[in-house]
Structures are given as structure tokens and as C-alpha cells.
Design a protein around this ligand. Structure first.
Ligand SMILES: NC(=O)C1=CN([C@@H]2O[C@H](COP(=O)(O)OP(=O)(O)OC[C@H]3O[C@@H](n4cnc5c(N)ncnc54)[C@H](OP(=O)(O)O)[C@@H]3O)[C@@H](O)[C@H]2O)C=CC1
Ligand SMILES: O=C(O)C(=O)Cc1ccc(O)cc1
Length: 396
């Protein structure tokens, strides 16, 4: 992310853009960035002493250590910003280690480094900065052509817990469930067609990224634990009703949640996302013909609506802070709940299709495992779980 920012800022015409990685990577970085127009320096001290606008773009887990080391070298009067995905630890580190005479403006691009920032949300936080310095920060970042969303750091973390953290756990759990079954989903008839493609592609996308990004979001944002715990509880509650074939209770629970989250979209000014099954079909990885598809219970999506209902969250209110993944996740949940035939088919399969129970059982176990891992908060366990599943998909 740091490199993406630096390249765009230099392209916008700012004359001297200083960058660094770890000192051990200095020589390598000089070679890598030769001719880029970026001024490669040995370490964060060198960058901090010379620069009027400083962006920390390091792992959330390392932010305290890195700011503790380089923060005291910050140039008087400069603006310091951070691009970690969770703001509480970043703000704490800035307040603790930065000199009093510098300004703090935090930021967060709500997309990955390979996504074009144009039009994507960029959260801006005027934490400890004058109006003029905040406006200067906005001016510098305007070269990204993103859509600014101004929030406090607390608002940011609460929204990200509702959007990113719980979405990631759902996709991580799908991946873990497929790995446990030694199953590539695009080879099986439950995962053919429209919204299944979103599940498969997004789970693969997450597992091909760096584990620390997702670990930071889940483990370091205090609000994330609550959402993730409830999502796992919703999966568990629905799964128990499914295997007992408690049709009335299960159906009522699913429909109540659906009505709460999506019922109002039809007669309000809220714009639905309206994904189209036929467009999503174009991105299929599967070579199983669509007419050979088996109905799916969509436990992951039913549980998402149940979780939003249980926590009284209106996800449409968070669309101003959408990441591409959250938008797609919400889009397929909306798609299921607004297509009543499909929803009834999912409810019926959930209760009576025995051949998908194995998948649902593994999904249930996987969410439990991820929720426990987040609750305990151990980074090494998170890394191990993430990399184990990533390794399963890697050869494909
Ligand atoms: N990836 C994404 O989709 C997004 C990520 N973010 C956030 O942005 C931040 C960066 O993530 P991302 O770019 O993906 O991850 P990367 O791992 O690519 O970037 C982190 C970089 O920080 C470097 N680093 C660590 N310690 C130091 C140090 N002491 N001095 C200099 N450099 C150091 C690392 O060096 P080395 O590799 O040599 O160890 C690495 O290059 C994270 O906080 C993440 O949460 C925000 C939005 C989107
Ligand atoms: O869209 C998502 O949720 C992603 O996985 C990409 C991403 C990762 C980390 C961020 O802080 C912002 C975006």
C-alpha cells in the first residue's frame, strides 16, 4: 500500500517523495525503485527528519514498535499519517511516541493495493491537526481520486468491525471448510453459478493476500470480537435448527432477519445493490454445467442476516465505507433474500438436503475455530490457520 501511495504521489508532481523499507532492504529497494522518481532512504529516521508529510504504512501489529523507533525523529510542524486498517493502536502509538509539535491525520484506503483508488472510499481522520494541515493532507491525497469519508478514529473502528472483520471471517471459514474437506469448490456441484462465484473468488482472493492484514483487522480492533462472536453464534444456532429439521422455527428466524435487513429496501429510498446472477455467471471457475448444480443451503449468508439482525445493524448505513469485498458480500446476501424462490430453496435445502450437511458441518466448525482464535487473540495461531488453508489452494 505504501508503494502504491508513493508512486501516485510522485506521479502527481510532488517534487521529493522519500521512501524507506527496513534498513536491511535498503540496497534492494534502491535497485527496485531505480528510475521511479522516488528518493529511497535508509530508514524511518531519515524519512522522518526530512519530510513535511509522513505516512506510516506498516503491519498493524508493528505500528507501536515502528512509531516508537522513528517517531522521535519527526520534523517539527510536519503532518504524520498512518494507513493501518485499525486505528485504535495506531492513534495510541502516535499519541505516545510523536512529539507534541507535529500534526496527526490518519487515513485508510478501503481497498487493496491492486485496486484502482479512483472513486473508492478513503477514510480521513483529523485527530490532532489544525484545519489548514488537515486540508493540506486532503490536497495531497486528492491525487488518488478517491472519495473522502471524514470520520473519528472510533467511528472508523466500529464501522470496520461491522463491515470488514465479519466479512473476512465468513470467507476465511469457507476456505477452511473447503480445505478440511480437501475440496476445490469449483469442482463440486454445490458451488456452481452466480453467487457461488463470489464466494469462491473472494475466499481465494483473501487467501492469496498477506495474513497480517486480516489478522490486524480481526485481532487489534476491540469491536471486531463482538461481531465475529455473533456471526459464529448465528451459524451455530441456525445449524442446530437445521440438523433437528425444526422447519417452523428455522424459517421464522431466517425470515425475521431478512425482513429486518432487506424488507424495507423495496419501499424506501435506500438503493439496493442488485447483483445479477447472469453477470456473476460470467466469472465462473467451474466446469460443472449449471443444470447439474445442486441447491445450496447458503448457511453463510443466512447467518450473516441473522447476525445483522441480532446486533441490530443496518448494513446499508455502512455502504459509505464499503470495501469491494463487503459490497460483494452484502450484494450476494441481498440477492438471496430478495429472490424469494431462491430463499425458499435455500431454506428447504438447509433443512432436508442431507448431502450438503457435511459442508455445512465443516463450515460451522470453521467459524467456531476462527471465532475462538480471534477471541483468544493469538497472532501466531491466526497466522498458522491462515497459511494452512492458503497452502491448500496455492497449487491451483
Ligand atoms: N493490503 C491491503 O489490502 C490493505 C492494507 N492496509 C493496511 O496497510 C498497511 C500495510 O499493508 P500492506 O501494504 O498490505 O502490507 P505489506 O506487508 O506489503 O507492507 C508493510 C511494509 O512495512 C514494512 N515495514 C515493517 N517494519 C518496518 C520498519 N521498521 N521500517 C520500514 N518498513 C517497515 C514491511 O517491510 P518487509 O516486507 O521488508 O518486512 C513491509 O514492506 C497494513 O497496516 C494494512 O492493514 C490498508 C488497506 C488495504
Ligand atoms: O476489501 C477487503 O475487505 C479486502 O480484503 C481489501 C482490504 C484489506 C484491508 C483493508 O484495510 C482494506 C481493504
Amino acid at each position: 500500500m505504501g508503494l502504491m501511495y508513493a508512486k501516485r504521489i510522485v506521479k502527481a508532481g510532488w517534487k521529493r517523495v522519500n521512501v524507506c523499507d527496513l534498513p536491511s532492504r535498503y540496497e534492494q529497494l534502491k535497485v527496485q525503485l531505480k528510475g521511479s522518481g522516488l528518493n529511497v532512504l535508509r530508514d524511518g529516521h531519515a524519512v522522518s527528519r526530512k519530510s513535511d508529510f509522513i505516512i506510516y504504512s506498516v503491519e498493524a501489529e508493528n505500528i507501536d514498535k515502528v512509531v516508537a523507533e522513528y517517531g522521535p525523529s519527526t520534523k517539527v510542524g510536519s503532518i504524520v499519517t498512518g494507513q493501518t486498517s485499525v486505528k485504535e493502536p495506531e492513534i495510541r502509538a502516535f499519541e505516545k511516541h510523536l512529539p507534541e509539535d507535529v500534526h496527526i491525520v490518519s487515513c485508510h484506503s478501503l481497498h487493496g493495493p491492486t485496486v484502482d483508488p479512483e472513486g473508492q472510499p478513503l477514510v480521513m481522520i483529523q485527530h490532532r491537526a489544525t484545519k489548514a494541515k488537515f486540508e493540506l493532507a486532503l490536497h495531497i491525497f486528492s491525487c488518488l481520486k478517491s472519495r473522502f469519508v471524514v470520520l473519528s478514529y472510533k467511528e472508523h473502528d466500529r464501522i470496520m468491525a461491522d463491515t470488514q472483520a465479519v466479512t473476512h471471517v465468513a470467507f476465511l471459514s469457507m476456505g477452511t471448510a473447503w480445505k478440511t474437506q480437501r475440496q476445490f469448490p469449483w469442482e463440486t456441484p454445490q458451488y456452481v453459478g452466480g453467487i457461488e462465484n463470489v464466494k469462491v473468488h473472494m475466499a481465494l482472493r483473501i487467501y492469496s493476500n498477506k495474513w497480517h492484514v486480516y489478522a490486524g483487522i480481526a485481532l487489534m480492533n476491540p469491536a471486531a470480537k463482538i461481531q465475529i462472536k455473533q456471526y459464529s453464534q448465528s451459524v451455530s444456532d441456525l445449524f442446530k435448527l437445521m440438523i433437528q429439521e425444526k422447519e417452523e422455527e428455522f424459517t421464522a428466524r431466517v425470515k425475521t432477519a431478512g425482513e429486518f435487513v432487506f424488507g424495507k429496501t423495496r419501499n424506501s429510498s435506500r438503493k439496493p445493490i442488485l447483483l445479477s446472477d447472469s453477470i456473476l455467471d460470467r466469472f465462473s471457475l467451474s466446469n460443472v454445467p449449471k443444470d447439474k448444480r445442486k441447491p445450496n443451503s447458503h448457511l453463510s449468508l443466512l447467518a450473516m442476516a441473522d447476525c445483522w439482525y441480532s446486533l441490530k445493524i443496518n448494513p446499508y448505513e455502512h455502504l459509505m465505507c464499503q470495501t469491494p469485498l463487503f459490497r460483494l458480500w452484502m450484494g450476494i446476501t441481498e440477492y438471496l433474500f430478495c429472490n424469494l424462490d431462491m430463499l425458499d430453496e435455500a431454506i428447504h435445502s438447509a433443512l432436508y438436503s442431507r448431502d450438503i450437511r457435511a459442508d455445512d458441518m465443516e463450515f460451522y466448525s470453521a467459524t467456531k475455530g476462527w471465532a475462538e482464535c480471534v477471541d483468544i487473540g493469538n497472532t501466531m495461531t491466526y497466522q498458522r490457520r491462515f497459511e494452512d488453508t492458503a497452502k491448500f489452494f496455492e497449487p491451483r
